[in-house]
Write a protein that binds this ligand. Structure first.
Ligand SMILES: NC(=O)c1ccc[n+]([C@@H]2O[C@H](COP(=O)([O-])OP(=O)(O)OC[C@H]3O[C@@H](n4cnc5c(N)ncnc54)[C@H](O)[C@@H]3O)[C@@H](O)[C@H]2O)c1
Ligand SMILES: [Fe+2]
Length: 381
């Protein structure tokens, strides 16, 4: 089957194997003549990045690159990126990478023309209206993992390096104007990143589907997104070169992020402070937290997961889905506890404080309090 298409849901996506070669068209579409490719340190030397710079250079777009992006990127990375953007006289950003490269690239384009502290644009109320929207540079997103869906999102997650908090920075114009979703770029992902990122997409779908907010379109997307992860993540994990599986995972990632317009929940509320304090991989952290959160939310989500289990071909309704999730994690050698990833309860107060302030709390079907968050951390650490 030919997995290829031109989509605009929720933004223009050039989807399909080999389509990275259309990057010059994407730059023309976005109005860029001198783009800066922003990516993380790990990707900087890989052939997919060099190949992309070659495509840019051959089209007369230069080979501008900024690669000083850490996992769970911080405002330090952002300020360095903005300096590189200004020094190079760039007119747009190619955000290239997993969530870290994508999020930071989007922020460089956003922040290069702003004068207020970055934290003034946190996703609180209408704070985004403080930004000078005309000064936001165009963004092309090129995902190289299949998980965060940041390529179709209007926000980035930036870690405050002083307070060790993950902050969501939001502006509608941070939505990339063009996405190149080329599954060939994801083929070289190490196994544990394939698993962790794929399970992040799964967490986005599960939390969106669990959220009590009314958004039937997101609900439908979340359900089909879960199906794609269940059917194709095991294949992508077993054989990284299985392009059909890689393509479906790339769709699932974009679908998860599209669906979470409906809201995220306790999985992400727990995972954000853990990532900010212990620098753990985001999707893997979510996967460890999922079984405990499903159990915690049981009273509010059983009916809807009974329906989901039917659709997904899982026997036993919600209880069957819970068992399935634990087995699914085991398939990918996801730890049962966060302590196996270096997380310790010594930082409990900071974890609870970070979680209760996280905007993801608002989408959880059971109200989150300091007390029940502490109990959830106890269960997952
Ligand atoms: N904006 C959003 O909506 C959103 C949603 C979820 C998560 N996030 C953020 O995204 C970040 C996590 O992103 P991620 O899970 O994609 O991981 P990542 O971007 O941190 O990448 C993980 C590792 O994989 C490597 N890598 C990436 N692509 C590769 C490839 N094709 N081949 C070989 N190696 C590759 C990277 O170099 C890095 O070492 C976190 O900061 C998280 O907070 C953002
Ligand atoms: Fe996530």
């Amino acid at each position: 089957m030919m997995l290829q298409g031109n989509w605009s849901y929720p933004t223009a996506m050039k989807f399909g194997a080999g389509r990275i070669k259309e990057l010059p068209d994407a730059c023309a579409q976005a109005g860029m003549k001198r783009p800066l490719l922003v990516t993380d340190k790990g990707l900087a030397d890989l052939p997919i990045t060099k190949g992309t710079l070659d495509i840019m250079e051959a089209a007369g777009l230069g080979r501008g690159i900024f690669a000083e992006v850490d996992p769970n990127p911080s405002e330090i990375n952002l300020h360095a990126g903005v300096d590189a953007y200004k020094a190079g006289g760039h007119d747009g950003v190619i955000a290239f990478g997993g969530g870290s490269g994508l999020d930071l690239g989007k922020m460089v384009a956003f922040y290069a023309g702003q004068n207020r502290p970055i934290w003034d644009f946190e996703d609180i109320g209408d704070w985004w209206t403080r930004a000078d929207a005309d000064a936001i540079a165009p963004i092309i997103a090129v995902p190289t993992t299949a998980g965060t869906g940041s390529e179709v999102g209007r926000a980035s997650i930036i870690t405050n390096s002083v307070t060790h908090e993950k902050k969501i920075i939001f502006h509608p114009k941070v939505l990339p104007s063009v996405v190149i979703a080329d599954p060939e770029l994801t083929v070289g992902m190490p196994k544990f990143i394939t698993a962790g990122t794929g399970l992040d997409a799964f967490a986005h779908c599960v939390e969106a589907y669990s959220s009590p907010h009314y958004h039937p379109m997101s609900q439908g997307i979340a359900l089909e997104g879960m199906r794609l992860v269940i059917d194709y993540l095991p294949r992508a994990y077993a054989d990284g070169t299985d392009l059909e599986a890689r393509a479906h995972m790339m769709s699932a990632a974009a679908m998860g992020a599209t669906a979470f317009q409906k809201g995220l929940g306790a999985i992400h509320a727990l995972s954000h402070p853990v990532g900010a304090i212990f620098n753990t991989h985001h999707g893997t952290t979510n996967a460890v937290c999922m079984p405990a959160v499903l159990e915690f939310n049981a009273s509010e989500i059983t009916d809807r997961f009974d329906r989901a289990a039917d659709y997904l071909g899982i026997n036993g309704g919600f209880a069957g889905f819970q068992k399935f999730v634990q087995n699914f994690n085991d398939t990918f050698e996801i730890p049962r506890k966060l302590s196996e990833m270096g997380v310790s309860a010594d930082q409990m107060n900071s974890l609870v404080e970070g979680a209760i302030k996280d905007p993801s709390c608002g989408g959880n079907p059971v109200k989150l309090t300091q007390g029940n968050l502490r109990a959830l951390f106890d269960a997952v650490i």
